[in-house]
Design a protein. Sequence first.
Length: 733
Amino acid sequence: MSIVSDTPANAVSTPPLERSEPAELTVLGACPQDCPDSCAMVVTVSDGVATSVSGSKSMPYTNGGLCVKVDNYLDKVYSPDRLLYPMKRSGPKGSGQFEQISWDEAIATIAEKFTAVSAEFGPEAIMPCNYLGTQGITQGLNVGDAFFNRLGATVAERTYCDAGSCTAYAMTVGDTAGVDPESFVHSKFILIWASNVMSTNLHLWPYIAEAKKRGAKVVVVDPVKTRTAKAASQYIPIRPGTDGALALAMMNVIIAEGLTDDAYIADHTIGYDELVERVAGYTPEWAADETGIPVDDIYTLAREYAQSQPSVIRIGVAIERSAGGGQSVRAISCLPALVGAWRRPGGGLLQLPLWAFPVNWPAFLHTELQTPGTRVVNLYQLGEALTGGLELDPPLKALMVYNSNPVVVCPDQDRMIAGLSREDLFTVVSDHFLTDTATYADIVLPATTQLEQDDINFSWGHLFVTYNNKSIEPRGESIPNSELFRRLAAAMGFTEPAFTRTDEELIAEAYDWESPAMEGITIESLKEKGWQRLNLPAPDEYAPHAEGNFKTPSGKTEFVSSAAAGGNFVLPLFRQGSNDHQPGQPVDPLPHYIAPRESTRTNPALAEKFPLNLLTPKSHAYLNSSFGNIEVHRKVQREPSLLINPVDAEARGIESGAQVRVFNERGEFVVLAKVDKSVMAGVTVCSMGYWRKNSLSLSTPASLNPTVFADLGNAPTFSDTLVEVALVEGVLA
């Protein structure tokens, strides 16, 4: 299929008059968003133009539906605001003033700047900034790793999301896929912990609803009464960052009341005696004081969880986002083995099923190209890195951003803006739109959307491989990320075979096709079917740890973790191109409680000035910052607002609809107040993802978040944020 590529900027391309393809055809695709659902899509194309995008009816998990984030995907593809041509800055940084240039000029400029920076300061003065703006294996997280490794650039550590959770989980049960989400229908007790499934994991909900219909009890633990909590059997509000206290107290009750599965513990765990001694002090009475949960509710939760088998826990990303987030996951990961939940389908723990996918990550990392000892900078601290807060030598002089919008998704927004405004910082941004970050770029490059590129996916929410067949030709002069790095590598004179691979060759290297999990799955079959389930037992039979077989050194659930001797390491999955775990000081091998750093209980002096905890969860209609500029999504999400409990609102003279200033020592933002009992007293909530340029104050919640790491995996501490809220004097337009 082909369409003309020389159309005017922001115009929809039209097909040539002569063509060999049918006037209308159906193309099988895959959702590229950073979401656990990884839906199989069906794209209808008429005369070279995509006319509809829908969920695959044949793929069991997608089951014919897409979420509100992707249901209007064509609005993104054909938006009049799409970037369609390379551009260079023609006005001050941040002005949004650009002029169109050719690809040849863009690539030559980047190569010249990178070469000059390397010559004057060394290649570590250059740094990539990327994440999961697209989740495809060939176009996503690792698409530029080989290039930057070969260049010798600063290594970007990417631990925004699940790094602490994955570290803690792997320390306890290994890198196992855990419970098949389709087997939730067999669960008798479902504990949804720090996850708003209906907004961030929508296609899991039908399995939960079916289990509930069959008699299962569904309990949600969350500081906010979310859409999911409202649909559950029971909602248990909890103070932010105290999840570990609840999990430890549950273990205390289960052990003290003899609700354990002693045979499973004896055969498939290590360190039980030490665990018994450890949790003895974590009583429900202590936990009630720490978490704000009534003591009777803690006893009831522990008993029902232990006695309703198979029971399953679904944990969300948010659970790691406080000082002790890693240890919270450590404690929760111990619970299923304690009660023998793993014995049957529908029992155990669902964290990230991505562990089941035999992705050939080395084919994209190419660590052999990396200079040993290359500097590592975490993207969570990018604002500090760009403004001298990290005292880097050499300082960063060039930044390349792709698959990310750090102005909105990183913390420390004010310093981020200050860093990106530096005239001595050469910045390149590849994106679909002129994002808040791209506004500060020197060179802006147009990237293809999922409909305009081929790719192959894994999932971190289910057990299906999905394939994305390109539906339409790229609009304007947009190109896939893979092609971008082929062009850059050629311009830099990199001749290694890694830099000449076609997209077809990259897809062929994406998986270990000889793995037993891939039996019966080929590229050809995926292209034809659009999706295939990994070669694993059916959901009705899948109980991967009924007989132990955990992916830990001992092969058992490790209440006492043997990996703890390695210290607060970072898994290779989260570090661009590095195979170095960077061991630190050994950590306590037993699960334990670490309180939030910023809370009224742990930091009373700070709480005197900033007495409210701010949570910044994922939005219902945006995916991180993706779709935050699309009108239909903005209408669904509505104006940015701050949920505040009536008690806290009354004390400040705040009513719903009023403009309020949310602030602390790091920054501030202005939004509309929404007085609502769905949030606990002492807690406020403002969803992340809306764009800075569309805000009332040219700032977002990212301006208030800290840059201090959690206890494991260099995880972020977004939820450890104390603020004050006040009415805005006057009204901002």
